[in-house]
Design a protein around this ligand. Sequence first.
Ligand code: ATP
Length: 796
Amino acid sequence: MAGNKSKNASSVGSKDQRLLRREQEEKEIAKLEQRAATYQLVSGSDRQAVLFETLPLSKRTREGLQKAKYLECTEIQRKAIPLGLRRRDILGAAITGSGKTLAFLIPLLEILYRERWTTEDGLGALIISPTRELAVQIFEVLHTIGKRHTFSAGLIIGGKSLKDEQERICRMNILISTPGRLLQHMNQTPGFDCNNLQVLVLDEADRILDMGFKRTINAVIENLNRERTTWLFSATQTKSVKDLARLSLRNPEYVAVHDQAEASTPAKLVQNYMVCELERKLDILFSFMKAHPQTKALVFASSCKQIRYIHEAFTRIEPGLPLLALHGRQKQSKRVEIFDQFLRNKFSYLLATDVAARGLDFPSVDWVIQLDCPEDPATYIHRVGRTARNNAEGRALLLLLPSEEAGMVAALKEKKVPVEPIKVKDSRTTSIRQKLQYLCFQDPEMKYLGQKAFITYLRSVFLQKNKKVFDVHALPAEEYAASLGLPGAPRIKFNKKSNDKNQDRALKRLLADLSDSEDEPEAKRTKASEKPVSKVDKMFARKNQDVLADHYTKLIDHSVTTADGTLPSGTTDFGATLPVVDDDDDDLVVLKRADHGLSDDENTQTGELTRRQKARLRKKALKADLSSKVIFDDEGNTIHAYDLKTEEDFRREGDISQQIAKRLQRDRAAVAERDEIDREKDRLRRQAQKLKRKLHEKGEESEGDGSDDEEPVVMLGGASDDDNNDSSDDYSRASGSERTTNHDDSGAESGEEVVVRKRKRSRSRKSAREPSSSVDEPPRSLQTEEELALQLLADI
Ligand SMILES: Nc1ncnc2c1ncn2[C@@H]1O[C@H](COP(=O)(O)OP(=O)(O)OP(=O)(O)O)[C@@H](O)[C@H]1O
């Protein structure tokens, strides 16, 4: 009784507490609404450092920030948060590493809090990220600062079971997702409703809005309500009116922190470029790594295949190097593992494609090395932005080919990127060519990787739009191949018909294939889902290329031509070892059908006729003599099967009505005879089937007559020579196996052979149970009966 009393008292107490808390929160929300409006007025001209404490933020958010030791706003936060709190649409642009993530996460939490959002209200905020890794990172920041809030948040990035996600997704208040997976849920998850959405955030907005995601994002936006608030953030923000119209932004505020700044890259980032020949790139990279063992660096290359090759080769040459590799062709679990490892490592080199170029916040990266020229200044800015983050120092090195220097340096300067040239010290560069050659010679797998790296690099250069910077014909293919340790340059033929449209399509594919985030599903889904790798890739997926080489040499044209029909400079014919075959118009390489050197005339002279020639002869013969049925001999000569009788021939044979009567009589007799045969066949077939049934029953009986310790093993499969060899005979005989050949009803061998093996056969028991046949009819063995049945069936 007393216990009940105290229970009641405590439940009343907690109810009171809840009510009290609710009341306090209501008061807080009212105050926050008011302060947010006033704060905005004051903060416009305020250039002083701003503490999070002073912003009109809820107690829960402030506690989360304090716990994570975020005390003072960065500039983009100072400018964007107040606007966000007022639910204005925002276009936020600020240099890499300047804190854009908090600039949207804080107001997002606040808006939902002020809306008193609960699980029942469904999805309140949606953040879209171009890559899985970035989505994970945003989720972690949200988790850190939103700890005190009660919203449910989910990460939807693919690479996991769709079903598991489907179960959770409908309960989420905040979702962080990659575009493709999000659309998949919009299409496939019942009850996933985004109609109540309050805030939509596109992180790395220019990337999400570019052609790689265009159709996906358009489809996603169609599923969203228009009354939402939309925020776009990036270090290289889009100002395209078209993009903004697509998102139905309402009078957006453009918050650009570094617009007036001297540089569009972090102030403490030292940036250099080095001009070097293509064939020296790996030597330079290797020498750099040897000279800087205690460094945390990110190395960017254009394609997954290059990353794989360099990673594999360098770890074999110098096993002590702390090397990691990250690219979009890895499994999600592997990607997460590598990401975490690089995050934790103090000294390490991470070889990566552009999957790591945007947004990722690895702590204390000292160097960013760009082995291959980036696609454009925006990509450059994001790549180098992995270092010198949040006011820290950092260094960036860009390797440029002589043909790329003028165009790229000019483009970078135009985008306010202060990059200075430095020279390679030959004396400090070690050549690893011989080591790579040895590796490729020793291990076909390495050679195969090298060939793939070669092809994808050339392809990436060919597909680049900016032809002022990227000139595939200026590449020294043979020397580059040698620098990868290959015995020669794989032959590539560039398609003449490659126009702008084709180039666009190909570039889309390249984006999926090379820069390769699996979260760039559009390119994958548009074509790549049916065609996940190009024909070139498939070709190179063959590991026995050398075996095929001779054959393919005949199939391909030996004159390597380029788009303008000339030989690319420095390209040599190494096609025999590495034929590249592709007949897609928009693909980089095409197959030229082989001229087998066999002309019709030559063949005729040899006296052998091709099938086509025979067909032609037949056609000719038919045309020449349509009145007679002709058949053909092997050489295609016509033979008249029968000649038509003329009326005169017919009359000469006697009275016409008599001839007809005779003919009828003959036909009737033939029909009767045929009927008799059919009846007999029918009888035999029934008899055979009956016999077969009996046999079957007997067979089952004899199989089943073993004791419990009998263990039949049934193996099904086509008869092979091996089945007749000694060992298999031994096996079957010694173990008392019986071999029967299955036949179909027509008596033909079905090709399916059943070997029934019994480990133990109790002969005594079997004979005891076998029905004793009548005395005058000796018992027919299973085999004899079967043979009889088969004979009967064959007769039919
Ligand atoms: N107010 C702050 N005080 C201290 N550190 C902060 C603050 N805001 C952000 N940071 C830190 O700065 C780093 C960079 O932040 P963030 O990743 O948000 O940058 P970003 O602008 O989104 O970069 P990118 O353009 O590369 O995506 C992170 O490590 C983050 O924890």
